[in-house]
Design a protein around this ligand. Structure first.
Ligand code: FEO
Length: 174
């Protein structure tokens, strides 16, 4: 296996930063939901933040495995407040669409550089992004449907409280 070329190494490091930012963004949303007394929504976002750290570490490990250098950059500060649960989830959905665009750009770059190992590595993220967009949009749609019915929000909060973080299996790493 050939070593990473510099262009790909830089792009993978940039995506590592983007995944860390995603984690930061969702952790900030978790704190927001906590502050408006929606512990289930806060739990959902906290789990999401943990999943983003897993994404970040996949890039971290892959860069190392390919003999590249991990170059950690400053992580931008996320917003701290949203105007409503719907506003936060619409934001999350838009963010995931943006991340999908970044992954697609990476896929194109890897193909252009003829880096098949990176192309294959990125396939997992292509599939994951379909799920990431769908799960954020699902909550957006539920929130839109219930409108101002606070009973619905209470029920949905209970449902969101069920989400559990599943650490990746050790065998899937490396
Ligand atoms: Fe790392 Fe939400 O995609």
């Amino acid at each position: 296996m050939t070593m990473l070329n510099q262009k790909i190494e830089a792009a993978l490091n940039k995506q590592l930063n983007a995944e860390l930012y995603s984690s930061y963004l969702y952790l900030s949303m978790s704190a927001y939901f906590q502050s408006i007394n929606l512990p289930g929504f806060a739990n959902w976002m906290r789990v999401q933040a943990q999943e983003e750290l897993v994404h970040a570490m996949k890039f971290y490990d892959f860069i190392n495995e390919r003999g590249g250098h991990v170059m950690l950059q400053q992580v931008e500060g996320p917003p701290k407040e949203w105007s409503s649960p719907l506003d936060a989830f619409e934001n999350a959905y838009k963010h995931e669409q943006k991340v999908t665009g970044l992954i697609n750009d990476l896929v194109n770059l890897a193909a252009g550089e003829g880096d098949h190992a990176t192309s294959i590595f990125l396939q997992w993220f292509v599939t994951e992004q379909v799920e990431e967009e769908a799960s954020a949009d699902e909550v957006v749609q539920k929130l839109k449907l219930m409108g101002d019915a606070s009973g619905g929000l209470f029920m949905l909060d209970r449902e969101m409280g069920q989400r559990v973080f599943t650490p990746p299996a050790a065998s899937a790493e490396g």
